[in-house]
Write a protein that binds this ligand. Sequence first.
Ligand SMILES: *Cc1c(COP(=O)(O)O)cnc(C)c1O
Length: 376
Amino acid sequence: MQTVPFLDLKAGYLELKPDIDAAVARVLDSGWYILGPEVETFEKSYATFCGAAHCVGVANGLDALILALRALDIGPGHEVIVPANTFIATWLAVSAVGAVPVPVEPTLLTYNIDPARIEAAITGRTRAIIPVHLYGQPADIGTILQMAQKRGLAVIEDAAQAHGAGYKETRIGMHGDAVCWSFYPGKNLGAMGDGGAVTTNRTDVADRIRTLRNYGSREKYVNEEQGPNSRLDPIQAAILGVKLNHLDTWTARRRGIAQYYLDNLSGVTLPHVPNWANPVWHLFVIRHPQRDTLMSKLAEKGINAMIHYPIPPHLQAAYSDCGHAKGTLPLAEQLADDMLSLPIGPQMPQDAQNRVIEAVNQAAATLPPVDQVADI
Ligand SMILES: *Cc1c(COP(=O)(O)O)cnc(C)c1O
């Protein structure tokens, strides 16, 4: 029995192999290996793709968040609102600058931060909100921006899973004070190594991150402030440039698979899409109260499902001193217990999609029934 992989990264390479190989060779032949024209070209293309004025390439998504926080002067003594349900990097960035991550629960409908719960988490020390467009589904950014504006807070978006995601008539990447991207290989726009970027319409934020990422230096051997070495690698930039040309096509394939799942899966709780959202389905996440049983039944049929994420940040050892004990963020904890990510990806064959649907439906039929769509 052939396994259905969770995501086939090599298939993505093979589809574009001649162009990717040529792009890598071009950088090697150029003799220019740090920043330079390849990085600048990609930055321009990605800013245009997002509808943002600026894009600054950095080393990875975590650094994108850290540098965005630093560019907005957020640090010790400050609080930053983060989703309780997210990949831990969102929290780690806040902690890395010496600020305190303040978690806000998700809505069970979209798995994203619940805007209605943000207000109550704001204190005199709050400086920013970091919504995460989790699993490729945009958070309610319009409502969050309005709230932030009223309170004088910055909005830093964690868009690491949302390349090309649509919010109303726009794309994610041009709304907040800084929008942070990861090009980790498994992301929708993935490099062949680490990579990241920040897009923004704010010239001051772009300039500051451009300086910070390079030892705090704009001009060689002139250091305005203390900054890390966090530069997007030109080989990765060249590869990303090739892949960006295919991103809309690959996203369309993901949307096709998601729709096929939505139309054909039964016996599990399916993801809900608000009418203003056009998700890019980085992950296709279902819910079931007997998730572990469902997952092992899928494994028996060679289907590699995964859990994103099995332990919420506040219950990780890394945050044992954060003051949020088990039971204090029950919605995030419930999602960690009942969510399951099904295989999805731009190169996923039709027969693999059919096998996933058949395996889920068969397994769910042996388990107690659930609501097909989450309760609000
Ligand atoms: C991947 C990811 C990050 C971190 O990106 P890296 O490039 O791996 O550092 C941050 N936030 C979210 C939501 C992610 O999925």
